[in-house]
Write a protein of this length. Structure first.
Length: 555
């Protein structure tokens, strides 16, 4: 009887253990299904985000649009290489004849890598190429690693245990240390708790999907507004949305690198007018500059040790560093360099941030990186435009204004003279016997002499005047309110007749001048320039330094 009872109890224990194991198995399978769905949703989100970014960076660009239309092979190949360098996960880029997708892009796969077909626009999204698409082959694994998606491995569709990921790709789960710990923990709980866990996981999945959808909606809206020109890229706007969406976020900041320092570019929950006065050296940053995502507590202790000056007082009083329980810091990396940090703060709980918080924060940080690149690109374009405008108005030898710049400035000066009832002298000059310098010493030395003369001309004019080179050894002065033009000619002659050392030979040059006065001698710049030119040649033939256009015989 005792033996029978013992056997019954043993079987009862075994059944109890089997029930727990079965409950564990069911719970874990359900958990894995939820995690798989979370991963699919997140991978789909970041894939579309990366595709959006690639479309913005390369396939909404007038220069590439034009190059494809005219078949500029060199520009196209350079763009391909630039794209592969910018996005290391891009395996191949081709431009093929095909009907473009209805949207900005269309994502499929070849079983091992993503294949993204992009519609090719100009920079204003007003036109696209109707018979050609960009086909970009992408290795998704580096993207997953960047967004902290761990524990999955791409496999063939024929592989055992393969499960669908996104766009036809298949994957296998590899248990993370967190999942293994979870299994051991579940072994200690009863069957009823497993049922509660299932309900909790279902709720978590719903909340996760809501957060992911809201994040994607926000980032898509920002991208569309930036592309359409409705709004300028804004660190503040993205930071506000990040604090609104990221679980555990109560405040935050964006630090951008400017030269040798990191400065605040945006704040939520802090007095920006005060904290913006604070700059950090790299070694003064609590998150460091090793490029890793970090969750940092006790930030006040760190700052009090590193910042012993006025900056600590500002951060404590206006940056609330003594209140911060934990900070989530995501580095923003562009071209392998840390250009900024997205910092998210919590004032209540040191464990406020989890892996999901990191993923969503990384998504927003990536968007800030795109904005940083866009701002940098626009700044470079502005600099190039300003440089091209500058050189289009300068003489390449002397760096003086050229004829085009002279004409533009003359119109402005004449208009000002009309308003102020002043006169403007147009002084046409060329050098005496300059041909002898070129014939004796060569054109290279002649160019050197011209540069010296240009420098001397610049030294004698006032800030309100202008001197331009219009060709050869010919120069033109514009003298505003020129009442003492004779004294001006004397100063110029005295300056340029100073000896010039040319290969240990001291040479001297001089010049002849023709003077036409606005508005007495003419009402247009072209008319005045012609009369000043004629007056200059009259001075040259007459052996005079200068001649007035008003003294010329009637033409």
């Amino acid at each position: 009887m005792k033996n029978s009872l013992q056997i019954f109890k043993n079987w009862q224990f075994v059944l109890y253990v089997v029930a727990i194991v079965f409950a564990l198995f069911i719970t874990f399978v359900y958990y894995m299904q939820i995690e798989d769905e979370n991963i699919r949703n997140f991978v789909k989100l970041i894939t579309e985000s990366e595709a959006n970014n690639m479309s913005l960076a390369y396939f909404q660009w007038t220069e590439l649009y034009d190059a494809l239309l005219v078949g500029d092979v060199e520009f196209i190949e350079t763009t391909k290489e630039d794209m592969k360098n910018e996005y290391p996960y891009v395996l191949d880029v081709e431009f093929v004849s095909a009907t473009p997708p209805n949207e900005l892009f269309e994502i499929t796969s070849d079983g091992t890598a993503l294949v993204i077909k992009f519609k090719i626009f100009d920079s204003f999204l007003e036109n696209f190429i109707p018979d050609k698409v960009a086909v970009v082959k992408v290795d998704i694994m580096p993207i997953l690693e960047r967004y902290q998606v761990k524990g999955i491995k791409l496999v063939s569709s024929k592989g055992k245990g393969a499960k669908p990921l996104v766009y036809g790709l298949m994957f296998k789960r590899q248990l993370t240390s967190r999942e293994i710990s979870l299994m051991l923990m579940i072994l200690t709980i009863v069957f009823s708790v497993a049922l509660v866990s299932r309900m909790f996981q279902a709720h978590k999945l719903l909340k996760t999907e809501q957060i992911l959808n809201k994040a994607l909606e926000t980032i898509t809206l920002m991208t569309q507004e930036i592309l359409s020109g409705k709004s300028n890229p804004s660190y503040q706007f993205i930071l506000e949305k990040a604090v609104e969406i990221i679980s555990g976020a109560q405040a935050g900041s964006v630090l951008i690198k400017k030269g040798k320092f990191y400065e605040f570019a945006a704040c939520v929950g802090y007095d920006y007018s005060q904290v913006s006065k604070v700059k950090f050296r790299p070694e003064e940053l609590a998150q460091g500059v090793d490029g890793k995502v970090k969750i940092i507590s006790n930030i006040n202790n760190f700052d009090s040790e590193k910042l012993s000056d006025e900056r600590y007082r500002i951060l404590k009083e206006y940056g609330r560093i003594s209140e911060i329980k934990v900070m989530l810091s995501i580095p923003i990396i562009v071209n392998n360099h840390i250009v900024a940090f997205l910092n998210i703060d919590n004032f209540e709980n040191e464990k406020a941030f989890n892996e999901f918080s990191v993923r969503i924060a990384a998504l927003f940080a990536n968007q800030i990186g795109i904005i940083f690149e866009r701002i940098h690109f626009e700044e470079e374009l502005k600099k190039q435009k300003e440089y091209l405008e500058y050189i289009s108005l300068r003489d390449p030898l002397t760096d003086l204004p050229n004829r085009r710049a002279l004409e533009i400035e003359a119109e402005k000066m004449f208009a000002l003279a009309d308003r102020e009832k002043k006169q403007v002298c147009v002084v046409y000059t060329d050098l005496k016997n300059f041909k002898t310098v070129n014939d004796t010493f060569g054109h290279q030395k002649g160019d050197y002499v011209l540069s010296i003369v240009a420098e001397r001309y610049t030294n004698v004019i006032r800030k309100s005047d202008l001197v331009a080179r219009i060709g050869g050894d010919e120069f033109v002065f514009l003298l505003y309110d020129c009442k003492e033009y004779i004294q001006f000619i004397e100063r110029v002659v005295k300056e340029i007749e100073k000896p010039i050392d040319l290969d240990n030979n001291l040479i001297r040059v001089s010049a002849n001048f023709g003077i036409a006065i606005y508005p007495k001698d003419g009402e247009t710049f072209g008319d005045l320039l012609l009369k000043a030119d004629i007056a200059m040649y009259h001075a040259k033939r007459s052996g005079l330094y200068f001649y007035l256009a008003s003294d010329l015989p009637e033409m």
